[in-house]
Design a protein around this ligand. Structure first.
Ligand code: FO1
Length: 326
């Protein structure tokens, strides 16, 4: 079976860790999972290219993530960051650990030698044992893309990097709109369109629908591939009771003028969504498409995430069997 998933950072990574746990505990046959990761969060710091969502997926699936943070490495030290601060290097609002720095140094070294991000990511995925578990991690594009946020402070309107808005300002600075530099001339990374067209099921984890899933959908060709895919597409709402479990998806939705409800988020995916998992607190009008299924969506443990991911997969497989001509 071939599963393809679009994913952002923490929520997407935890969901996919649950999916792998579900697959390993229930299915005998080998399942190939291709993850298309968001690169709109990427930022260049101290001359190094940092890919937060790709790294969160690598560390979480590879067993090295700082569990309570959801990003960065477990058992980290921060000697390099402390010395950079002593040198007066900026910014200081983005916390980079010493082992995390190794990822950015190695990635930057290879990118600097002309290696595409997709090939760099394949090497990093090998270090984390993903191929042995049937997992491929693809950046959505090899083209440099960066999400910026247009903010107004008093009389001043300017664009700041997404990470500055998200981390330094905790998304509390009123955002007028998101501008994704490079997205309109981005091309899907090698394997992305094939993974969407050749999947048996496509899953949208509970990642941020605006600045994670929404950015991946903005890569020219991705949305059309989803629309044209024979595979059922099943999404998981990132909201519980109209609120994100973590992060600022509600603020992002407000910025693009969309209600912070599971139904409104499903509306963002309406042109390709076949199934939609919502939390029991978010009853929404039962529609035939997407087919809505309600269950607890709090990923409070790997087991809970496995149950949610299993329910999303089963919903997809049930839809696939319906579509299969008798
Ligand atoms: N998030 C924070 O809230 N504070 C940080 O200092 C921070 C550092 C950081 C370093 C590497 C990395 O891969 C992620 C990091 N994140 C941090 C999380 C990051 O901002 C988010 O994961 C995404 O970009 C939004 O999903």
């Amino acid at each position: 079976m071939r599963i393809t998933a679009l994913a952002g950072g923490v929520g997407g990574a935890r969901f996919l860790r649950g999916l792998l746990h579900h697959l390993e505990r229930t299915r005998a046959d080998r399942t190939e999972l291709t993850i298309i990761g968001n690169t709109g969060d990427d930022i260049t710091l101290f001359g190094l290219r940092v890919c937060p969502d790709l790294d969160t997926l690598l560390y979480t699936l590879g067993g090295g993530v700082h569990e309570t943070q959801g990003w960065g490495r477990a058992d980290e030290s921060h000697h390099v960051a402390e010395e950079l601060a002593a040198l007066g290097a900026t910014p200081t609002w983005f916390s980079l650990g010493d082992k995390d720095f190794a990822t950015h140094i190695y990635r930057s070294q290879l990118l600097g030698q002309g290696m595409p991000l997709s090939e760099v990511t394949r090497l990093l995925a090998s270090r984390w044992g993903l191929p042995q578990r049937g997992v491929s991690l693809l950046p959505m594009t090899d083209t440099p893309v960066e999400t910026h946020v247009v903010v107004t402070e008093g009389e001043r309107t300017r664009a700041i990097h997404f990470q500055e808005w998200w981390v330094k300002h905790r998304a509390a600075l009123p955002a007028e709109r998101f501008v994704v530099a490079g997205l309109d001339r981005a091309t899907p990374a090698p394997g992305v369109l094939d993974a969407l067209r050749g999947a048996d099921v496509v899953l949208l984890p509970p990642s941020n629908p605006v600045v994670s899933i929404g950015i991946i959908l903005g890569v020219p060709g991705v949305r059309d591939a989803l629309r044209g895919s024979r595979a059922p597409v099943v999404g998981v709402s990132p909201l519980v009771g109209g609120r994100p479990v973590r992060g600022h998806a509600d603020v992002c939705l407000q910025t693009i003028g969309v209600d912070s409800t599971s139904a409104a988020v499903a509306g963002l995916y309406a042109d390709f969504l076949d199934g939609w998992l919502v939390d029991e607190s978010d009853q929404m009008a039962g529609t035939s498409r997407p087919l809505v299924s309600a269950r607890p969506l709090l990923m409070s443990s790997v087991e809970a995430a496995a149950d949610i991911a299993g329910a999303a997969l089963d919903l997809g497989l049930s839809l696939a069997s319906k579509d299969t001509p008798a």
